[in-house]
Design a protein around this ligand. Structure first.
Ligand code: HEC
Ligand code: HEC
Length: 153
């Protein structure tokens, strides 16, 4: 009986200890870091510097229907109710002069698959799906492989 009590006591002491550590150091238990690094929630850390955006399409697509990454800088490109800077180069009308890839037909389709005369409202906010590629260090290693049908070797 005494042994059981001692065992119970030490287990609960251990749990209390972990709970207390979690309370003192939120997110610190287990040594896990989030995107914030090891900055505590109450603190504001200095922003990261801008990442370099490689110009060539170095990051290839991994699966069919993946939105291609943006291989250029998009700082100060306005996409709002009044203006869409992306379309000033990527629309079918302007693509030839700007040398940019035309948006594909899918971008004219509404959710009933009807093809509209202009960009579908659901494709208007380009950055919902397209992001710039950067040569950032992966946060964690992974062994993801592209689907077979897209592998060129
Ligand atoms: C000044 C013209 C210009 C503007 C503005 C522009 N782009 Fe581009 N974009 C290009 C050109 C040119 C390319 C072809 C690749 C290259 O040489 O950089 C390109 C490539 C791309 C690609 C890759 C296409 C592919 O074939 O894989 C995507 C995606 C893209 N842009 C998205 C955007 C988005 C989203 C915006 C707005 C935030 C935008 N672009 C604004 C000129 C522009
Ligand atoms: C709902 C997600 C979504 C939005 C919003 C969206 N795209 Fe795309 N985009 C895609 C996907 C998925 C593809 C690849 C498959 C395809 O062509 O439909 C693509 C392909 C492209 C391509 C390459 C076309 C080609 O022929 O290789 C360009 C350029 C592009 N998008 C530009 C834009 C621009 C500019 C906008 C904003 C006006 C935009 N996209 C909005 C998902 C999106």
């Amino acid at each position: 009986m005494k042994k059981i009590l001692v065992a119970l006591f030490s287990v609960s002491a251990l749990i209390m200890g972990v709970a207390q550590a979690e309370f003192n150091d939120p997110g610190g238990v287990g040594g896990l870091n989030s995107l914030r690094g090891d900055t505590r929630l109450e603190e504001t850390r200095p922003a990261d510097s801008f990442k370099h955006t490689p110009k060539d399409q170095v990051v290839e697509t991994d699966y069919v229907y993946q939105p291609p990454l943006i291989p250029h800088q998009i700082r100060n490109y306005e996409v709002s109710l009044n203006a869409n800077k992306c379309l000033s180069c990527h629309s079918w009308k302007n693509a030839k002069d700007s040398g940019a890839t035309k948006i594909s037909v899918t971008h004219f389709m509404n959710r009933e698959d009807a093809v509209l005369a202009d960009v579908s409202p659901r494709r208007y906010f380009c950055l919902q799906c397209h992001v710039t590629q950067v040569d950032a260090k992966p946060l964690i290693n992974n062994n993801f492989e592209r689907v077979d049908s897209l592998r060129d070797e």
